[in-house]
Design a protein around this ligand. Structure first.
Ligand code: SF4
Ligand code: SF4
Length: 296
């Protein structure tokens, strides 16, 4: 005989999940239509039906360590076809939001990032910092003569140290978040294959598949749901915008600060500012900005 399994539900977790966007989770009656309808769910370990019952029971640890919630591309097909209006896509999104908050501190930033209520803080804090710098440099006035951003915000002493500190914080959060997430998957009993079902891909094949299918072509994103073209184009454009603007910022920073290192003065040719309009770096920045607005 198999031994009994003791389940320890967490009712406060269910309430938290409902507040985070999974308010319809209790309507689910486990028909499994969602798992059959999901275009990405693998037949050997389907989702999101099992996540719905775990969520109803408040099985927090199972959900927080569940790799399947990260394979969902939030197309909404399952919610469209659910006969009970239980909105499984929203429940998976709420689980992801809650997991973000617990992966790395400070938790308050995760809460701000996952709710529109946090927008005033996310916009207000940088705005106050910029106002303070402006007050210190020119007393909130516009300097006479040629209009130059650098007169109000001298890069080397105000913006760059600030951005540098934020960049280091983001790198640290990214590292901690990914390692914590990776450790949580270690509790799972099986091996999951992301991307093509190549039998036992090695690390290089797995990385190539993810880069090609998930990131560059967005193929799996595009396969998720009907009439997905607009959503696909918007998502791809935003991704391209972030990558392009990240590359431009890196080139300018490396050029500016790298050229101050003895022997590396030549780096300044890469990203000296102000740049001419035809500079490839400037053109990439313009393309990234246009893509960002288009995606939004
Ligand atoms: S979420 Fe809807 S479709 Fe999925 S098992 Fe529950 S009732 Fe069925
Ligand atoms: S939102 Fe789309 S990808 Fe996610 S579980 Fe539902 S059908 Fe599958």
């Amino acid at each position: 005989m198999s031994s009994p399994v003791r389940i320890q539900p967490d009712p406060s977790f269910v309430r938290e999940l409902q507040a985070a966007g999974g308010e319809s989770v209790k309507k689910c009656y486990q028909c499994a239509t969602c798992s059959v309808a999901c275009p990405l769910s693998p037949s050997e370990n389907p989702y999101p039906r099992k996540e719905m019952v775990w969520a109803q029971w408040g099985l927090k640890d199972k959900l927080m360590n569940d790799i399947d919630v990260w394979l969902c591309h939030n197309c909404g097909t399952c919610s469209d076809l659910c006969p009970r209006g239980a909105k499984p896509a929203d429940t998976l999104a709420a689980i992801r939001n809650m997991t973000y908050r617990k992966l790395v501190g400070p938790a308050i930033i995760g809460e701000w990032m996952s709710s529109s209520k946090g927008l005033p803080y996310l916009i207000g804090i940088p705005a106050v910092i910029f106002l303070l710098i402006w007050a210190i440099t020119t007393g909130l006035s516009i300097p006479a003569g040629e209009i130059k951003f650098g007169k109000v915000y001298p890069g080397d002493y105000t913006i760059d140290p600030l951005f540098g500190a934020v960049f280091l914080f983001v790198c640290w959060s990214f590292y901690k978040g990914v390692t914590n997430m990776w450790k949580s998957f270690g509790a799972l009993p099986t091996t999951f294959v992301i991307g093509d079902k190549t039998p036992k891909p090695n690390l290089v094949q797995a990385v190539i598949t993810v880069l090609r299918d998930e990131i560059v072509t967005h193929r799996r994103f595009n396969e998720c749901g009907k009439d997905n073209t607009e959503r696909f184009k918007g998502h791809w454009a935003i991704l391209f915008a972030f990558v392009a603007l990240g590359v431009v910022t890196s080139i300018v920073a490396v050029s500016h600060w790298g050229s101050k290192v003895p022997g590396f003065g030549w780096l300044h040719v890469l990203g000296d500012t102000p740049m001419p309009l035809y500079s490839p770096v400037k053109l990439l920045a313009v393309a990234g900005t246009v893509a960002g607005f288009y995606g939004l």
